[in-house]
Ligand binder design. Structure first.
Ligand SMILES: [Zn+2]
Length: 519
């Protein structure tokens, strides 16, 4: 590097200067790369004054020479004269001081700014840290919730395996369920008063008034009273055992329980009497109607077909998503009848049993509300001409409509009897929708506890399903209008009043598409 500088100095110019006061001659050497300020300072140094003095330089002719690397070369005979015009030494100091002060101020200001920025950054950083901490906690909580849910699911699954939950497993392999847990001696005999016997034929019958054993006695009475025991040559003890076994195979659901079975059968019994059905059909057919009513919801798990299908339960898989519940109720019914001890049809000939089996199966399968329109439309088309009770197909359609009417007939009953059923149904619906939410399955609005109310649940169903269906049947049996359709109109008006009072949200009409299973 030294060599380079020397080379560089070789290109330097010699300049002779002189000061005004001393007229001393000095040689200065500068590089052509020097700045004008460097040359100025060098001249000041040669002149023996402060570099802050104002210097002017003139040639021998008195012309001003600019102090710059490109100033012309001179010779010992033509020296430049340097004039120190303002030799005030303080000025340089104050300039230095000013510069220093300004520099210090500048540094202070920068320091303050840096401090300000540092505090702002630190505030933002700690806010970010807090946010990160909260988000982190949230993430931890979410993870914990997910883990809890998965554990609960596992527990439910294990419990289901232990206690045979038929939402997952079918009962057909579980023979224990079909066997009687108690025998006839545990089933006391009740003597029914004449008043009760008459009352039992009315749709106004208070179905809440009776204990399970009393309901068994009332059902038993219906079979005797309609002469079905004689018609099918039933052993009266077998009838008792069969009823007991049926009762044991209804679950304690809020809605689809043994009392619902009793309700539907009692309404069927009432309709047999109201419409004097024995004038239009055989005892065998009345026996099919009554027995299908008794068995129509056997072993109902409390979750409808939509759930079965969406959750891909054992039942849905077994029945290929086609009316899984109704197929199951029917299969359990015939499982019970396959045991000679509980087979009320054990004394009938093969052909009769075949007809009875086909008839009961057809009626239980007809209770799937997914088939509502299909069945009602078929019935209406048969009513359009002259209805022929002798025609098997026409009579079968009528029987299907009759069991459908009985299955969803709660609103035909007096308010005190019907209203508690709505709470039971909603409880069962809410159980289902809660489970669907937990399992990430679709939830029907009419089952959602956040969307449905008692009046909204009933108004649409009464207006669009019940009244049209009962009105259609009343064309064949006019007595139905006063006894069954009129109470439905009253119930509709009552719920509409209730809706106005509670200023509930708009009703969710229930159609055959939203109510998949029978009530
Ligand atoms: Zn039902």
């Amino acid at each position: 590097m030294e060599n380079c500088r020397l080379t560089s100095w070789a290109d330097a110019y010699d300049t002779k200067t002189s000061t005004q006061q001393a007229i001393i001659e000095e040689n200065i050497v500068f590089s052509k790369h020097s700045s004008s300020r460097d040359i100025h300072d060098l001249v000041a140094q040669a002149a023996g004054c402060s570099k802050y003095c104002a210097l002017t330089m003139k040639d021998t002719n008195g012309a001003h020479v600019s102090m710059s690397p490109t100033m012309p070369c001179n010779t010992p005979s033509t020296p430049y004269k340097v004039h120190i015009t303002q030799p005030t030494s303080n000025q340089g100091d104050s300039e230095v001081l000013t510069q220093l002060m300004s520099h210090v101020a500048d540094q202070f200001s920068k320091a303050f700014k840096v401090e300000e920025m540092r505090s702002e950054i630190s505030t933002r950083l700690s806010a970010l840290e807090r946010k990160l901490e909260i988000e982190g906690l949230k993430a931890v909580e979410i993870e914990k919730c997910k883990k809890d849910i998965s554990e609960i699911k596992d527990q439910i699954w294990t419990a289901q395996k232990k206690f045979v939950d038929f939402n997952r497993m079918s009962s057909l392999s579980d023979e224990r369920k079909i066997c009687l847990k108690r025998d006839i001696p545990a089933y006391p005999k009740y003597t029914l008063s004449d008043e009760t016997i008459d009352y039992l034929k009315q749709p106004t019958f208070d179905i809440w008034h009776w204990e399970p054993n009393e309901m068994l006695s009332l059902l038993e009475h219906m079979y005797h009273e309609l002469d079905l025991v004689k018609e099918f040559n039933m052993n009266p003890i077998t009838l008792k055992r069969w009823l007991l076994c049926v009762q044991e195979n209804y679950r304690n659901n809020p809605f689809h329980n043994f009392r619902h079975c009793f309700c539907v059968t009692q309404m069927m019994y009432g309709m047999v009497h109201l419409c004097k059905l024995w004038e239009y059909m055989t005892s065998e057919e009345i026996g099919i109607l009554l027995t299908a009513s008794v068995c129509h919801d056997l072993d109902h798990p409390g979750y409808n077909n939509t759930y079965q299908i969406n959750a891909r339960t054992e039942l849905a898989i077994r029945y290929n998503d086609i009316s899984p519940l109704e197929n199951h109720h029917c299969a359990v019914a015939f499982q019970i009848l396959s045991n000679p001890e509980t087979n009320i049809f054990s004394n009938v000939d093969k052909d009769t049993f075949k007809r009875v089996r086909a008839g009961i199966t057809q009626l239980i399968l007809a209770t799937d509300m997914a088939r509502h329109s299909e069945i009602i439309d078929s019935f209406k088309s048969k009513l359009a001409g002259k209805f022929d009770f002798k025609n098997k197909e026409q009579l079968d359609t009528l029987k299907m409509v009759l069991i459908k009417c009985c299955d969803i007939s709660n609103e035909v009953r007096p308010m005190e009897v019907s209203e508690p059923w709505v709470d039971c149904l909603l409880e069962e619906y809410f159980n289902q929708s809660d489970r669907e939410k937990m399992e990430g399955l679709p939830v029907a609005p009419f089952m959602d506890r956040d969307k449905v109310t008692k009046p909204t649940a009933q108004i649409g169903f009464i207006k669009f399903v019940l009244i049209p269906m009962f009105e259609t049947v009343s064309k064949l049996f006019p007595k139905i209008d006063a006894t069954m359709v009129e109470p439905l109109r009253t119930a509709r008006d009552r719920y509409e009043g209730m809706k106005e009072q509670t200023a509930a949200p708009p009703p969710q009409p229930k159609t055959e598409n939203t109510k998949k299973d029978g009530e």
